[in-house]
Design a protein around this ligand. Structure first.
Ligand SMILES: NC(=O)c1ccc[n+]([C@@H]2O[C@H](COP(=O)([O-])OP(=O)(O)OC[C@H]3O[C@@H](n4cnc5c(N)ncnc54)[C@H](O)[C@@H]3O)[C@@H](O)[C@H]2O)c1
Length: 331
């Protein structure tokens, strides 16, 4: 199958592309490789995908550039799009809402337009647990109210869901929204807690802990996310309005401080902690009901925090050692 994966230079896009290539699909990657975080990490991911003997064809481009995006879809007769490119991150959206408007609203509109024009058979797109705001009916079902986002990031993702619904209704576009819950794993995002904790602990720097680590997150290991997406690809919605949305979560909510204790145990380093208050835009708790996903794809995310964290640490130590060696050699 020919599949367009936007955001293939990003964390989840990289893992998904790799998985699909291993399953012998042809993957067209699309990413602007922006500098929201270390571009080297994005380049490393693309290098790995490009080395794959299988077919990975990469285009560096902006979602906002409709001509370029549409050309990739048209020229390659793509029928499946997994749209993961976006300006991510809750905290960055407080200071930089325009980045979110450009990538997540304008960019998403272009994804919908190219999907409509090229008669895409299934558009899957990233949403987020943040659309639930401070929802209280745990575990959160997809039917929970999502009208009160606490951040502009969440507002753009909620907008994506309703924009996609309208395209499904009007143009009969099969579309599936993916509400991801705190995804982590090797090649993860440097702006996320796990990465920052481990980096700072290994460098013997203090870590910043918001809300005394008392907020709860339904952490999800990236391999579980990738398997879920790949199974959903073959199951476009077939309802009258061919639109659907799924929680994709590890189903194992933990306090952040508990997560930190597991890191401490595996790293065998006691962190110096700088306590900070809860950040604007952050929600207190995420905890997903994943029954809808399990019923649809007969797969339950299964990787526990202990296993996922130890895999992340192995990867990080390897990266860290390589960087240190390079620095020694250049001294
Ligand atoms: N990682 C998580 O925990 C998580 C949780 C909920 C939702 N999500 C969503 O999942 C998707 C993937 O997240 P991720 O963690 O891999 O993030 P990421 O930042 O690593 O990947 C996103 C990629 O999109 C690219 N991009 C951003 N704006 C672009 C634009 N205008 N044009 C072209 N490319 C652009 C970036 O360069 C980046 O490589 C995002 O939509 C994100 O909002 C992620």
């Amino acid at each position: 199958m020919k599949i367009l994966v936007t955001g293939s230079g990003g964390f989840i896009g990289f893992h998904l592309s790799k998985y699909l290539l291993d399953k012998n699909h042809t993957v067209f990657g699309y990413d602007n490789m922006n500098s929201y975080y270390d571009v080297k990490l994005k380049r490393d991911r693309i290098k790995i995908l490009s080395k794959s003997k299988k077919k990975f064809i990469f285009t560096k481009g902006n979602l906002e550039d409709f001509k370029k995006l549409d050309n990739v879809v048209k020229k390659n007769k793509i029928k499946i799009i997994v749209h993961l490119a976006a300006q991510a991150g809750v905290r960055h959206s407080v200071q930089n809402p325009r980045d979110y408007f450009n990538s997540n609203i304008k960019g998403f509109f272009n994804i919908l337009e190219t999907s409509k024009i090229n008669k895409i058979e299934h558009l899957l797109f990233a949403s987020t647990s943040s659309v639930y705001g401070d929802g209280k009916n745990f575990p959160l079902k997809e039917t929970e109210n999502t009208d009160h986002p606490l951040s502009f990031y969440a507002a753009t993702k909620k907008s994506n869901e309703v924009m996609a619904y309208a395209y499904s209704h009007i143009y009969n576009l099969p579309a599936t929204g993916l509400r991801f819950f705190t995804v982590y794993g090797p090649y993860g995002r440097p702006d996320m807690a796990l990465f920052k904790f481990i980096k700072n602990m290994m460098m013997k720097r203090p870590i910043e802990l918001y809300n005394k680590g008392n907020h709860i997150r339904d952490f999800t290991y990236v391999d579980d996310v990738v398997v879920s997406i790949s199974k959903l690809i073959n199951k476009p919605p077939v309802k009258k309005v061919p639109y659907d949305v799924f929680n994709i979560a590890g189903n194992e909510p933990r306090h952040l401080k508990e997560f930190l204790r597991i890191i401490e145990k595996y790293l065998n380093i006691k962190p110096k902690v700088k306590l900070l208050k809860m950040q604007i835009g952050d929600v207190h708790k995420t905890d997903a009901n994943v029954n809808k996903l399990i019923n649809k794809i007969k797969f339950k995310p299964k990787i526990k925090a202990e296993e996922g964290i130890s895999k992340f640490i192995d990867w990080y130590k390897n990266q860290f050692n390589q960087e240190s060696k390079k620095n020694e050699n250049s001294c």
